[in-house]
Design a protein around this ligand. Structure first.
Ligand SMILES: [Zn+2]
Length: 212
C-alpha cells in the first residue's frame, strides 16, 4: 500500500510536450487523466517543469547549421538538439490545462542554466549539478519514488536512473508515460531499468491494491 514515505514525481506534463506543442510527444496528452487519477492516491506529489531560457544550448536554433534531433558534443557529453520548447513563462512551458493535482507540494524547474540541459529531475545533464530534489526527498523522509509523465525514454528515464543511483526504491508507471522513441531509445530505457533494478508498473496495479 502507498504511505507517507512514497512520492509521485510527475515529469514535464507541459503544453509543449503534448500534441500541438513545440516538441510534442506522440499522444502525450493521453497521460493527463491517468496521472490525475494516480496522483490522487499519493499524499506526496512533486511536479517537474522543463524551463529553458531563450537561446538554450539544447535548442537546434542555437547552433547554426544544426537541425532538431541531431546530436552535438556538449562539454558534458552528447546532447540531442530539440526544437525550441518550454521557454520560460511562455504558454508552451505551462502545465497541460487539464493537469489537476492540487496537493502537489513542490514544482522542480529544470533546464534553466543556458549551457546545460536537464532531463532528470535530480541532476542536470552533466550528471553532477544537482537540482536539490534529492535533499528535499531525504529531508521529507520520502524513500519510494514513483514516476510518470513525459517522456518515458528521456526525462522519466533520467529521473528514474538518478533516483535509483541515490538509493531510492524506484517504480515507473509505464502506461502513464508516453515516449519519443528515437534511435531505439525505448528499448534502451527498458534495458537500463532492468539492469538498475527499476520496476515498471501499470496504473492497473494500483487499482488492484498491489501498488509496489
Ligand atoms: Zn527541454
Amino acid at each position: 500500500m502507498l504511505g507517507d514515505n512514497d512520492v509521485l514525481i510527475v515529469v514535464d506534463v507541459q503544453n509543449d510536450f503534448c500534441p500541438g506543442g513545440a516538441l510534442a510527444v506522440p499522444r502525450g496528452d493521453e497521460v493527463v487523466p491517468l496521472v490525475n487519477r494516480l496522483a490522487a492516491r499519493f499524499r506526496n506529489v512533486v511536479l517537474t517543469q522543463d524551463w529553458h531560457p531563450r537561446g538554450h544550448l539544447s535548442f537546434a536554433s542555437s547552433h547554426p547549421g544544426k537541425r532538431p534531433y541531431e546530436t552535438i558534443a556538449a562539454p558534458y557529453g552528447a546532447q540531442v538538439l530539440w526544437p525550441d520548447h518550454c521557454v520560460q513563462a511562455t504558454p508552451g512551458a505551462a502545465f497541460h490545462p487539464a493537469l489537476d493535482i492540487p496537493q502537489a507540494a513542490l514544482v522542480v524547474r529544470k533546464g534553466f542554466h543556458r549551457d546545460i540541459d536537464s532531463y532528470s529531475a535530480f541532476y542536470e545533464n552533466d550528471r553532477t549539478t544537482p537540482t536539490g530534489l534529492v535533499g528535499y526527498l531525504r529531508e521529507r523522509g520520502l524513500s519510494r519514488v514513483f514516476l510518470a509523465g513525459l517522456a518515458f525514454d528521456f526525462c522519466v528515464r533520467y529521473s528514474a536512473e538518478d533516483a535509483r543511483r541515490e538509493g531510492f526504491a524506484v517504480f515507473v508507471v509505464e502506461d502513464a508515460c508516453r515516449s519519443i522513441d528515437i534511435e531505439g531509445s525505448v528499448a534502451a530505457t527498458r534495458a537500463s531499468f532492468a539492469a538498475a533494478g527499476i520496476t515498471c508498473l501499470s496504473t492497473r496495479d494500483f487499482a488492484a491494491g498491489a501498488d509496489g
